[in-house]
Design a protein around this ligand. Structure first.
Ligand SMILES: [Zn+2]
Length: 324
């Protein structure tokens, strides 16, 4: 008779044979920096998450580093939005200023920037939009040009890594080429390679003030029914020069995460998104489950499924819990 329970008898035995270990270095903390607030503003749909003014973002980032984290992912909320997303690539834009502040105060912290246009577009779509009869189109190559300008301006302001999240075709290759030509051959690219059009982004859109004013994002983000297409998307981004590939959202897409990690063997990230966060927060607030236990189980499961890097709003708490 086999007795697998023999190795589950005590905490020491369980630790001895544990296959997956979390480390604060696995986590990336998203930070929202806003030109529209003078002091930190709570985001009601995401308890514990704030919009920060630029003069607080460096303190927040450096405090995260002191907790043991080594990377933040910056999202900007500009004062001005227009149809060319011009605040996204302005030299004194909100993300650019946040980068300078962070790099001055804690230069070793990895500053990753979200590269997209939706927060900067008056219509809230991730690309340049053209009305087309009753409907509208998102123009791919025109959008890529603006994404390239945005990525370059982030690199110039000190970003260690840019993370295009728009899902336009060919943007990773265009950004890589422009970074290299601009003298930024050491600036890495983490591509949102398989980003699905998901119902679980809702709370984020409140945090980033980026809901589309019309239509939806299904002509550029992926259909959640498709796994083979996700692998093709990842292959394209790797081919175009992505250093790290990301799957987003996390829990419903662990099958994709697993296949991507197995098939390509590249550093693989997963984004545990706002809706996934809000669900657990809501259940914990109602006393339906224990937040700490649930979060540690989720993060361990994501790592077990192949995530090297997990973007999560719990990064700070995880760093604390893992030290206890
Ligand atoms: Zn976007």
């Amino acid at each position: 008779m086999h007795r697998p329970r023999r190795l589950r008898r005590s905490p020491a035995l369980r630790n001895l044979v544990r296959e997956t270990h979390l480390n604060p270095h696995n986590f990336v903390l998203p930070l929202f920096v806003s030109e529209k607030v003078q002091k930190r503003r709570a985001i009601p749909s995401m308890p514990g998450v704030f919009q920060l003014p630029v003069n607080e973002v460096a303190d927040e980032a450096c405090a995260a580093q002191e907790l043991g984290l080594q990377a933040v992912l910056l999202f900007g909320i500009p004062e001005q939005k227009d149809e060319q997303a011009s605040s996204a690539y302005a030299e004194n834009g909100i993300v650019q200023r946040a980068l300078q502040a962070i790099k001055a105060q804690c230069p070793d912290l990895l500053a990753i920037t979200d590269v997209c246009l939706c927060e900067y577009m008056s219509h809230g779509h991730c690309g340049v939009t053209r009305m087309d009869g009753e409907g509208f189109r998102i123009l791919n190559d025109e959008t890529v040009e603006l994404l390239v300008k945005t990525a370059l301006s982030h690199a110039a302001a000190g970003a260690d890594m840019v993370a295009p999240s728009d899902m336009m075709d060919g943007r990773v290759g265009a950004i890589r080429e422009a970074l290299d030509a601009g003298g930024f051959d050491q600036t890495a690219i983490m591509s949102y390679a398989a980003k699905f059009a998901s119902a679980f982004y809702g709370p984020f859109r409140e945090a980033a003030e980026s809901p589309p004013q019309f239509g939806d994002r299904r002509s550029y983000q992926m259909d959640f029914a498709n796994a083979q297409e996700a692998l093709r998307e990842v292959a394209l981004d790797i081919d175009e020069g992505a250093d790290i590939v990301m799957v987003k959202p996390a829990l419903l897409y662990m099958d994709i995460l697993w296949r991507v990690r197995e098939r390509f063997g590249r550093p693989t990230a997963v984004y545990h998104v706002s809706g996934e966060y809000a669900m657990i927060k809501g259940a914990a607030e109602k006393g339906l489950l224990d937040e700490r236990d649930a979060v540690l189980e989720i993060m361990t499961a994501l790592k077990r499924a192949g995530a090297d890097i997990i973007v999560t709003y719990w990064a700070r708490e995880l760093a604390r819990w893992l030290r206890e």
